[in-house]
Design a protein around this ligand. Structure first.
Ligand code: UDX
Length: 448
C-alpha cells in the first residue's frame, strides 16, 4: 500500500519507519529542507532506540522515501497521514496552524480520492476543521473531488515507540466511512494478525480517547504523588502504600510510581489542552485541572527538600544532579523536573554539576554555556566537590551506588532521591541524610 506522511518529527518518523518495515511503500514529507537532506543521508535527528536502523534498512530496501516535494507526496499515497506538531498556545490550547496548513496543501495538490488521517494529537472537532479546510481549498480550485478525514491517534511512549507502534494494545480509528474502514484495515493488517486490535468508533470519540488516555495516566501519577506527600506528613512509607494498593487488580501497579512530577511532550501539553477545551465549552474539568496543579507543585519538591536540608542557605552551594531527561532512555528534556530544579537553584545562587547519559547536548542547547552549570561526562565526576546529590531521572546506571563512597565525595552528606531508587535504611547506614518522595527523612531530617 502507498502511504504519505506529512511531518518527519517524532511521530511521523516512527509511523513511517514502522509502516515501511511491514512492507508498505512510504513517502515522508517535511518542509524542513535541512532535515530531509539529513534523513536522505541516513542521519536521524532524534534519539529513539531502534529507529535509526529501521530507517536505514527500509531506505535501502526502497520502501521509505523522504522529500520536501508536497505535490509528489500528495499524488503518492491513498492514505495521507498528518503527523505535524501541535504546540501549546499560551492559554494551553493546541495550536492547529501546522495541521490545517497540511490539510490545505493536500487539497491544493489532490487529483483524486484521498483519505486524510489525523495522527497528531488534536482537540475534539479537529477532523471537522480539517474537512472544512480541504473543502474550502477544493472549492477555491473549482474542482470536485471525494475525500475522507479520519482520526487515528498514536499512543507511543518515548524510548519504546517502535515496540508500542508494533505491539500496542489497540489501534483506534475514528470514522463513519466504509472506504476508510477497509483502507485502514489494509494498512494495519500486519499488526492485527494474532488479535484484531483495530477499534473503529466515531471521529470525536477517537479524538477524545487520546486525551482521556493521557489524562487518566497523568491522574494516576498526580494521585500517587499526592498520597506520597501525605505519607511524608503522616509518617507512612509511600513504597509500602504503593505495594498495598497496586496488589488490587482494580488498581494495578502501572503508573503509580511516585516521583518528582511527570514531564515530556505529551502529558503536560495534553492535560492542559483538555482542561482548556473543558473551560471553553463551559464545563470546567475540576479533576483535570487539579492533576496539572499537583504536578506543578510536585516539580518543586526537590528544591524544597534541598532548602530543608540546608536551612534555606543554597547560595554558593554546588548541587550534583543525576538525570536531566524527563525519563530514562531519551534525551528529551521537555517539561523535565530537572529543569524546574536547576532554574530554582540558579535563582537561589547555587551551582549545578549535572550528568545524564544522553541529554547533555540537549541541556547545552537549552541553557547554553553558563558559569553555574557544569555538564559532567560521568556520574561520579558530577558528584566530586558537590554539597549534595539529587536524582531526577531513574536511569538504570543510577541504581547501584556505594553510599560510603558517595558520603566521601559529598561536602555535606545529603542525598535527595526524586525517584525512590534506594532503601532508606541502606542510605542512612552510610551516614547520609536521605530525602525521598513520601519516605525517608523528607519531613524530619536526621542529618548525620
Ligand atoms: C506518554 C504516554 O505513556 C503515551 O501513551 C503517549 O502517547 C505519550 O505520553 P511518554 O511521555 O513518552 O508517553 O512517557 P511515559 O513513559 O508515559 O512517562 C511520562 C512521565 O510520567 C515521565 O516523566 C515519567 O517519569 C512519569 N511517570 C510515569 C511517573 O512519574 N510515574 C509513573 O508511575 C509513570
Amino acid at each position: 500500500m502507498r502511504i504519505t506522511i506529512f511531518g518527519s518529527g517524532y511521530v511521523g518518523l516512527v509511523t513511517g519507519a514502522c509502516l515501511a518495515d511491514v512492507g508498505h511503500d512510504v513517502m515522508c514529507v517535511d518542509v524542513d529542507e535541512d532535515k530531509v537532506a539529513r534523513l536522505n543521508k541516513g542521519e536521524v535527528p532524534i534519539y529513539e532506540p531502534g529507529l535509526e536502523s529501521l530507517i536505514r534498512q527500509n531506505r535501502s530496501a526502497g520502501r521509505l522515501h523522504f522529500t520536501t516535494d508536497a505535490e509528489q507526496a500528495v499524488s503518492f499515497g491513498l492514505l495521507q497521514f498528518i503527523a505535524v506538531g501541535t504546540p501549546s498556545d499560551e492559554d494551553g490550547s493546541a495550536d492547529l496552524r501546522h495541521v490545517l496548513k497540511v490539510a490545505e496543501t493536500i487539497a491544493h495538490h489532490m487529483d483524486g480520492y484521498r483519505i486524510i488521517v489525523d495522527k497528531s494529537t488534536v482537540p475534539v472537532g479537529t477532523a471537522s476543521r480539517v474537512e472544512r479546510t480541504i473543502a474550502a481549498e477544493l472549492d477555491r480550485r473549482g474542482v470536485s473531488l471525494d475525500f475522507d478525514v479520519c482520526s487515528n491517534p498514536e499512543f507511543l511512549k518515548e524510548g519504546a515507540a517502535i515496540e508500542d507502534f508494533s505491539k500496542g494494545a489497540r489501534i483506534v480509528v475514528g470514522t463513519d466511512s466504509e472506504r476508510v474502514v477497509s483502507a485502514m484495515r489494509e494498512c494495519y493488517a500486519p499488526y492485527s494478525r494474532q488479535k484484531d486490535k483495530l477499534m473503529f468508533m466515531g471521529v470525536r470519540s477517537a479524538e477524545l480517547t487520546k486525551y482521556a488516555a493521557n489524562a487518566m495516566l497523568a491522574t494516576k501519577i498526580s494521585f500517587i504523588n499526592e498520597i506520597a506527600n501525605l505519607s511524608e506528613r503522616l509518617g507512612a512509607d509511600i513504597e509500602e502504600v504503593r505495594h498495598g494498593i497496586g496488589s488490587d487488580p482494580r488498581i494495578g501497579y502501572n503508573f503509580i510510581y511516585p516521583g518528582c512530577g511527570y514531564g515530556g511532550s505529551c502529558f503536560p501539553k495534553d492535560v492542559k489542552a483538555l482542561a482548556h477545551t473543558a473551560e471553553q465549552i463551559g464545563h470546567p474539568a475540576e479533576l483535570i485541572s487539579a492533576v496539572e496543579k499537583v504536578n506543578a507543585r510536585q516539580k518543586s519538591r526537590l528544591f524544597e527538600m534541598l532548602c530543608q536540608a540546608f536551612d534555606g542557605q543554597l547560595a554558593g552551594k554546588t548541587i550534583a544532579l543525576w538525570g536531566l531527561a524527563f525519563k530514562p532512555n531519551t534525551d528529551d528534556m521537555r517539561e523535565a523536573p530537572s529543569r524546574a530544579l536547576m532554574e530554582a537553584l540558579w535563582e537561589a545562587g547555587a551551582r549545578v554539576q549535572a550528568y545524564d547519559p544522553e541529554a547533555a547536548d540537549e541541556c547545552r542547547r537549552i541553557y547554553g554555556e553558563r558559569d553555574d552549570l557544569v555538564l559532567a561526562g560521568q556520574r561520579d565526576a558530577a558528584v566530586e566537590g558537590a554539597d549534595a546529590l539529587v536524582i531526577c531521572t531513574e536511569w538504570k546506571a543510577f541504581r547501584t551506588v556505594d553510599f560510603a563512597e558517595l558520603h566521601e565525595s559529598l561536602a555535606s552528606p545529603v542525598l535527595v532521591d526524586g525517584r525512590n531508587l534506594f532503601q532508606p535504611e541502606a542510605v542512612k547506614a552510610a551516614g547520609l541524610a536521605y530525602y525521598a518522595i513520601g519516605r525517608g527523612d523528607s519531613v524530619r531530617p536526621v542529618l548525620a
